[in-house]
Design a protein around this ligand. Structure first.
Ligand code: GLP
Length: 261
């Protein structure tokens, strides 16, 4: 795993954005795994800046969202379908028909989840998956004790996650209780993973995911099984890491072939 520690959240967005941009520049038809939430917003801002200045285009790219709430209308402003349209598809200029979000309103949710994994496979798999991490260690909506082999499926949201996401809704009880999320097994099949985290509230989750034992109790620790995972975090989110000096040294002395900026 490559750990990149940067001074602040703005730098996290800029550098992780540069990483995604380098992948899309090299493969304009790239299939991108799209995360929602606060964490990746800086990435999308950096990518939108490059699109605006005409140095990058997403018109040929495809996108698959990580997850979606179950039981809220697709046109609800906080459905991930709405968030992806507003924060990713529109500013980056994706062709809307080339971006999919799990269908949290399907009559047969289990079948829709299976079909989602099939659609990812049919698109040739995900080239790069953008990830945030929950304060309880979840990635996507794979809550603690999610199997490392799990596929896209329905999950019950942990009380902590509902509490964390209440800020997006008018009141805590409006946060849905269930979701459909790419599984850890699905996520691990992406060719590259880029996880971003900012702030002290993520420090324990980051430390457990990066340096803790592999454990379904910390779904983010699944990244340790991936051969090409990059973790881009600010100082506050890095504050629980034991080997942070080594990660800084490694990044400062990275060979040219590893540079993407
Ligand atoms: C959310 C999402 C995740 C996200 C995580 C962290 O609820 N389902 O994909 O990475 O929890 O959220 P945030 O980035 O808002 O802190």
């Amino acid at each position: 795993m490559e750990i990149i520690i940067l001074p602040d959240a703005a730098e996290v967005g800029r550098v992780a954005g540069a990483k995604i941009a380098s992948i899309v520049a090299g493969r304009p038809q790239a299939v991108i795994g799209l995360a929602t939430g606060s964490s990746p917003q800086g990435i999308y801002k950096e990518l939108a800046r490059r699109v605006q200045e005409d140095s990058l285009s997403f018109t040929e790219a495809r996108g698959f969202a990580l997850d979606e709430y179950v039981g809220i209308p697709a046109d609800h402003p906080e459905s991930y379908a709405s968030v992806i349209t507003r924060e990713v598809v529109a500013p980056l200029g994706f062709e809307p028909s080339r971006v999919r979000v799990p269908d949290g309103r399907a009559a047969d949710l289990a079948a829709a989840a299976k079909e989602y994994d099939r659609a990812i496979a049919e698109a040739g798999g995900i080239d790069v998956q953008i990830l945030g991490i929950g304060s309880n260690g979840h990635i996507g909506f794979n809550e603690p004790t999610s199997s490392f082999a799990s596929r896209t499926r329905i999950k019950t949201l942990a009380p902590k996650t509902r509490q964390d996401n209440a800020r997006f809704f008018d009141s805590p009880d409006q946060v849905p209780t269930h979701c459909m999320t790419q599984g850890l097994g699905t996520i691990l099949e992406a060719r590259e993973l880029v996880l971003v985290a900012q702030g002290a509230g993520k420090a324990d989750a980051v430390a457990a995911a990066v340096e803790g034992p592999l454990s379904a109790f910390v779904p983010g620790s699944a990244l340790q099984l991936h051969e090409h995972a990059t973790v881009v975090i600010d100082e506050a989110a890095a504050s629980g890491l034991r080997l942070s000096d080594y990660y800084r040294y490694t990044y400062d002395n990275r060979p040219d072939w590893q540079r993407f900026e």
